[in-house]
Every structure is written in structure tokens, then in C-alpha cells.
Design a protein around this ligand. Sequence first.
Ligand SMILES: *Cc1c(COP(=O)(O)O)cnc(C)c1O
Length: 435
Amino acid sequence: MNSKKDWDQLLQFDRNHIWHPYTSMLDPLPVYPVVEARGVRLKLADGRELVDGMASWWAVIHGYNHPVLNEALESQLKKMAHVMFGGLTHQPAVELASLLIEITPKPLQKVFFSDSGSVSVEVALKMALQYWQAKGKTRKAKFLSLAKGYHGDTFGAMSVCDPITGMHKLFTHFLPKNFFVSAPECSFDASWDEKYITEFKTLLQKHHQEIAAVILEPIVQGAGGMRFYAPQYLLRVRELCTQYQVLLIADEIATGFGRTGKLFACEHSQICPDIMCLGKALTGGYMTLAATLCTDEVAETISGVEPGVFMHGPTFMANPLACSVARASVRLLLNSAWQDKIKSIEKQLKKELAPCQDLPAVNEVRVLGGIGVVEVKENVDVAWMQKEFVRLGVWIRPFLNLIYIMPPYIISTDELRSLTQAIFSVVRKVDAKSS
Ligand SMILES: *Cc1c(COP(=O)(O)O)cnc(C)c1O
């Protein structure tokens, strides 16, 4: 299976029969066949190698084909690949849960495993609803979230995503109606002004009796716009949620496990949510697994009243292979000098992306931790830009008007430079193209 003709057939079949993310079946964007991935490099079917700037959507923090993670999977595979979690348990789940409880804020003591980030968000929303039900406050059945937020593609999750980029219009008669405030206007290092939280505060004041929980991505709004906001904002949100008796759900699916320079983005504000969602980098990008953590108070309230149980239980809950590789990935992270590594990635990104700021096509350049964003003025031609990046030997996938990278933490200085240089040279071409 390596002749060009074979690949042409495969790609033709793919084009005709397989959905890719957010893609048309009539006019799909081109896809590139990958045959292998090692470290920070993806090897394409034609032999070209690309330096990966995406970490497969925030997930592959240790790089591809890592010997320690491979070993964790292989040794678990020899024992059992899967077993139901109803009435049974196993060491990988127990040890992973114990690790997660240890490294997240202390009040988070209970763990619910599920199979993807979106599902962990559904679980979090459900927990909040069941919590208020148990307390007899059945009117508290809506959520408050931020514009430009992203929480997943299932219906509950979609209902708290940005109403425009989340395409609520498409499903308007089916989606639950929730409350939104504008996206935070205060950049990460902006000096704080109470005006930044006014809209949020006013809405909470007015509607807290109908609101079960606030859900947000702490500090970094990812797929809804790649925006960073001030820790003080999150701190004020926490205070107001406590004041108005509304739960706080922190969706750390993208930000968790070091990406923003802290192990969890909530640490920038030193706050603890009532419920936290984890996913993406949890398994080092090897398998799909997510977790929803909550406080004793949330768990015990739900469990203390009819029906006395939390109503969720996925077939592949706490899959042993996934738990095993997650346990290995978290340990690998904790045993590495990840803070130093993220700091040096941040420093290099700031230095090397700065020149983009002077290009006419560019609106803003932003860097935080292991995330670099070049926001351009117009939405990009994804197929064209992707092709340019591949030609330059890098894998970067833009969306809307955002060209962004969050590479595996193991990336070398030279490899990272190849990413930033590629961005500069491609964005410079955007200028040429549009003038
Ligand atoms: C990716 C993401 C999700 C959804 O996770 P899936 O595993 O794709 O379902 C939810 N919230 C945030 C913040 C994410 O980045």
C-alpha cells in the first residue's frame, strides 16, 4: 500500500464517503494522508515530513509514538483492553482518578470518567441540574456562558457555545436557550477595571434564580476565537457565583495539563470551580478519554435525594487502555521540567511571531504559554493556506481568521522556529494575495 495509484484510490474513497470535521460532502477540503508520526513530525504518504504545530488539537503534549506511552498501552493490552465499569473497577481507573484528585484544586474530590470532551461537558451540565433539583430549586435550570466560548458539539455543549460560531441558528428549535454575556474584553495582562465584569454581574444579579451554573473556559477561549483574558475576570466570576449561589463549571479540556503555563488555567486566578472538565491532553493524545471532577458538596447533594444516583454511564466509561495511557501521560508530565519548557516556548513564540504584527493583513498577535495566535483581518482560504504550510514542511490548520499553533511540549527550538517562520512567510503572502 504505498504506490501513488493506491493512495489516489484511497483518497478518492475518502472524498466520496467519509465525513471530516466541519466539512461538506459535496466540496470537501483536501485531506493529507499520514502514514506515521514520531516526536513532533507527521510523515505523509508521499514521504514528506511535517513539523506539527497543532499537537492534534491540543492533545499530543509529549509528541507522537512516545516509548513510555506506547509501553503503558502495550502492557495494559496484555491484561485487558476493556471491561464494563458498572459493578467492576480496575487499577488504571483508580490510579488515574487518584492522580487527578491530587493535581487539581483540593475541593475537587469526585471523578466521573467519560469518552470525550463534549460528553464530559454534558456530564457537568447534568450534574449542575441534578444538584439544584436535589436542593428543591428546580427553577435553576439554565446556564450562563461567555460569547466566543466553545464547549463541544453535542447538544447540551452546543447550547453553551458562542451562539454565532456555534451555529445555534441551525438548531434553534431544538437547542435549550441559555444566557450569554459578551466575551471578556480584558486581555491577559490588562490592568483590572471593575467595568470588565459589569455585564456579567448585572445578568447574574437579575437571573441567578434561573441559573444552575456558569460554564466557561478559564483564561483561554479556544476554538471559539483563541482569546486570552485576565485572571482577575475569572476571580470575580468565582466570587459572584458564590455570592449568587450559582455553580461554576471550568472547562479545562483545552487548557489543562500545562498548556497555559500553569498545570490548570484556574491556577492563574487561584480559584476552584465546583465542577471541572478535562480531556484532550489527558491521554497525551493517544486515546479518547475525558473526566468531570466535582466537589464533595456537589456529589453528595446529588446522591442524597431521590433518585439518589447520578444519571449517566457510558459504555466505554473509564476504558482501561485509555486510563492506563492517561496515567502514564500525567506522570510523564509531572516528572518533566514542563514549566521551564512552556516558558521557553512562550518566550520564543513572543519573539518570533512579533514581526507578524507589522504585516498589513494582521490584526493582532497573541501568545500565552504554549499557544501562539496570529489573528488576521479577513477569514483565510483554508485550503490554500494549508497547502502553503505543507509546502513549507509544517502542519498548521487555521480556522476563520485565526492562524494558531500549540505544538507538543517536546518541540525543539529549531522546529518551533520552522513553524513561526512558516507563519510569517504565509501571512506575508496573504497581503500579496489580497492587494
Ligand atoms: C475540544 C473541546 C471540547 C470538546 O471535546 P471533544 O473531545 O472534541 O468532544 C470541549 N471544550 C473545550 C474547551 C474544548 O477545547
